[in-house]
Design a protein around this ligand. Structure first.
Ligand SMILES: Nc1ncnc2c1ncn2[C@@H]1O[C@H](COP(=O)(O)OP(=O)(O)OP(=O)(O)O)[C@@H](O)[C@H]1O
Length: 207
């Protein structure tokens, strides 16, 4: 079981505190939403939680089956989908999936053929990702999060570029494949996070 514990988390850029004295607890398939208006720091917190960006203050601890995970190894346990993370456009879908799943293991319950069907991308396996629509790219980003064997899934604006059918598809993905995963959703759209048992509003942690 994975746990994430942040105590008195704070992040400052130059003189401005983006958030301060922030507590964060996640474990055992827990789901938490990070909410707040534009510029409140949702993406920044997600980057700090994935150890891509250092906190200014506070302590962040990860553990797996009660054994501490060093911050520099946490990337092995997590997957991220975010608007600012680009897919390698020059790869075909087949090449990209081969590349991604050489680092992260594919969920053993899913075969490679089934995977592309679940993403509704079965007719595009040999197409370069640069030719995908924005919704197809978003389904691919979300799919590799839910179908990788990683206990921590960090999602920033998960339904950006998805139409109503795509939003329903995302919600089904969470209910069908997200049960055992710890999920952190940075969002302002309740359809993206109304299944979360914890909601952390960043506007409560400005000072
Ligand atoms: N690397 C950086 N250097 C300086 N300031 C930054 C940096 N990254 C983000 N900021 C600032 O931190 C604040 C929070 O930005 P962030 O992108 O985390 O907000 P957000 O809640 O995700 O916004 P949105 O809902 O618009 O995506 C903003 O004022 C932003 O300009």
């Amino acid at each position: 079981m994975l746990t994430v514990n942040l105590d008195l988390g704070g992040k400052r850029f130059q003189r401005e505190w983006i958030f301060r004295h922030l507590p964060f607890r996640l474990g055992s398939g827990g789901k938490i939403a990070i909410t707040g208006g534009n510029g409140s720091g949702k993406s920044t917190l997600l980057k700090c939680l994935s150890a891509q960006m250092p906190l200014t203050e506070g302590t962040l601890h990860f553990s797996w089956n009660e054994k501490p995970i060093p911050a520099e190894e946490i990337y092995q346990y997590l997957v991220v989908s975010a608007p600012y993370l680009e897919l390698p456009e020059e790869f075909t879908l087949r090449e990209f999936l081969r590349f991604h799943f050489s680092f992260k293991k594919l969920d053993p319950a899913i075969g490679a053929n089934e995977l592309v069907q679940l993403l509704y991308l079965e007719n595009t396996v040999d197409k370069p990702i640069s030719l995908f629509s924005s919704g197809m790219k978003q389904r691919l980003k979300l799919g590799i999060c839910f179908f990788s064997q990683a206990p921590l899934v960090l999602l920033d604006e998960p339904t950006s570029n998805l139409d109503a059918k795509g939003i329903e598809w995302y919600r089904n993905l969470v209910s069908d494949y997200g049960n055992n995963k710890c999920l952190v959703v940075a969002s302002n759209d309740s359809r993206e996070y109304d299944f979360c048992e914890q909601i952390l509003c960043l506007e409560d942690y400005k000072r």
